[in-house]
Design a binder for this molecule. Structure first.
Ligand SMILES: Cc1cc2nc3c(=O)[nH]c(=O)nc-3n(C[C@H](O)[C@H](O)[C@H](O)COP(=O)(O)OP(=O)(O)OC[C@H]3O[C@@H](n4cnc5c(N)ncnc54)[C@H](O)[C@@H]3O)c2cc1C
Length: 465
């Protein structure tokens, strides 16, 4: 009889297109484990909303496995460092001789996995570490074998490799015995999230993917920057916890591009997914990114402001800049923020308030339902001009111009800043002092022109020092 295999789920909370599940089952019967590490997650600033969604997804996974007669163990320890002992104990108790998992790219996760592999080996248990959730998991390197530091050439090479190494999604695991009841108890670490906005059932998430590709892929390049419109996929909360596999994403793009007479290779949404791969693989090459360090070492010398009142106004969505405030309130109310707004809000904090990007990065992680270290760190360092292929330091978003351009009718602002909902026309982007006073909306916390110059000077000093 073939030995039973253990599949260790981590940041790949799905049955569809899951290599570890699929390949392990080819070896024999499987059991599945998820080990919660709430204290570690707290140290990583993971938000209650993200934990809530994760727990709801685990409930769905447990049900799906039970229908297939596959045992699902849920365990809890405090930190990553406690995981190895828990896994070894489970394997010994259940007489399991091999553990399968899909790798991750952040440093703490990789360190955890090395310790786990060592402990398993010492206990005579095999471990199978498979590729991480990247669309192109082969190394994407320059001709000299170096990592790319700029996105566009990375993307060109990425696309070449993608066309050479196409793979189909892995099938869902098959039933291996009679179905049984799944007994679910909501864990203490599960926070609240807006389940009216974010479905957790795998089938619904896959339907959301297909519907997006069917209805919105074509208009995505033109409409993706307008936050009032449902033009982007809003799939990031699922991508962040591995609820959708990379081959499934690709297959969906290829299918729907084909059906709509478009070339999948040049697809703009696919390019966005390449950014996700880009930031994830950077963590493998540049460990300092996982140590609160900027990609450009010289930018560690920027003298950031200790402006507590400014920081609080930003967090609360009370900066007096309507588009920034609408963005921050969207984040607080839904756990999610539109990409254009993330750039505006991050540029506001780091350039106009000149507050350390790490404070913004941390606040976003604590709030976002899609908080993901690589993308969040990449986005913040891009905005603060400290990162790999970042915005040039003299590029400071003018929040009012951005607002006029990307929310021309003020529709998005009205949705999230109800104080201003009665305003007609352009005045919503920058109401007069009288209107602000009448509507109880704050004065701007900074003078844009002055603040912009101070930021440019602070960065320019680095060049001359
Ligand atoms: C300051 C800042 C912080 C950010 N923090 C996060 C974060 O914590 N988690 C996160 O997933 N994204 C983050 N992003 C990237 C981006 O804003 C979100 O991925 C996107 O808004 C999610 O919405 P969507 O799913 O509708 O995206 P779509 O436009 O539909 O894009 C599809 C998917 O591609 C990926 N993606 C898109 N843009 C980017 C990007 N610039 N970088 C990396 N991946 C991308 C995401 O997985 C996204 O779900 C951040 C960007 C900035 C500027």
């Amino acid at each position: 009889m073939k030995a039973t295999q253990l599949v260790w789920l981590r940041n790949d909370l799905r049955l569809d297109d899951n290599p570890a599940l699929s390949l392990a089952q080819q070896q024999g019967a499987i059991e599945v484990v998820f080990i919660a590490t709430p204290q570690q997650w707290q140290q990583h600033d993971e938000s209650p909303a993200k934990q809530g969604l994760k727990a709801a997804c685990l409930e769905d996974i447990g049900k799906q496995l039970a229908v297939r007669g596959i045992p699902f163990h849920q365990r809890e320890v405090a930190y990553f460092s406690d995981v190895a002992a828990e896994l070894v104990a489970l394997c010994q108790q259940r007489e399991l001789h091999a553990v399968w998992f899909n790798q991750e790219t952040p440093l703490d996760e990789r360190r955890r996995d090395l310790t786990v592999a060592e402990s398993l080996a010492e206990a005579g248990i095999a471990s199978h570490a498979l590729d991480s959730d990247l669309i192109v998991s082969a190394p994407v390197l320059t001709q000299q074998g170096e990592p790319f530091k700029v996105f566009t050439p990375y993307y060109r090479r990425w696309l070449q490799l993608l066309q050479q190494t196409q793979r189909q999604p892995f099938p869902m695991p098959t039933a291996q015995s009679d179905a049984f009841e799944f007994d679910y108890q909501k864990p203490d670490w599960a926070g609240d999230f807006r389940d009216d906005l974010w479905p957790s059932v795998e089938e619904e998430v896959l339907t959301k993917l297909h519907r997006f590709c069917e209805k919105r892929l074509k208009a995505y390049p033109e409409r993706r920057d307008y936050p009032a419109e449902p033009a982007t996929s809003t799939l990031s909360p699922y991508m962040a916890i591995g609820r959708i596999g990379p081959r499934r994403l690709l297959a969906s793009i290829q299918y729907h591009c084909g059906a709509q007479g478009m070339e999948w290779q040049g697809n703009d949404w696919l390019r966005e997914l390449a950014w996700r791969d880009f930031y994830r693989q950077l963590l493998l090459h540049f460990p300092r990114l996982s140590m609160e360090k900027p990609f450009k070492p010289e930018t560690d010398n920027v003298i950031w402001q200790q402006d507590e009142a400014g920081f609080q106004a930003w967090c609360d969505g009370k900066t007096g800049f309507p588009i920034v405030d609408a963005a921050m309130r969207q984040l607080r109310q839904t756990g999610w923020m539109h990409n254009r707004l993330r750039m505006i809000a991050a540029s506001f904090l780091t350039k106009l308030l000149l507050i350390d990007w790490r404070r913004g990065e941390q606040f976003f992680m604590q709030q976002l339902i899609d908080g993901e270290f690589a993308a969040n760190n990449g986005g913040w360092q891009w905005s603060a001009s400290t990162g790999c292929d970042a915005a040039p330091y003299f590029r400071v978003f003018n929040p009012t111009r951005q607002s006029e351009r990307f929310d021309p009718e003020g529709e998005f602002i009205r949705r999230f800043v109800p104080e201003l909902s009665s305003l007609k026309g352009k005045q919503i982007h920058d109401p007069s002092p009288e209107i602000r006073q009448n509507l109880g909306y704050p004065e701007p916390v900074i003078d844009y022109k002055l603040a912009r110059q101070l930021a440019i000077d602070a960065f320019a000093r680095l060049k001359t020092n």
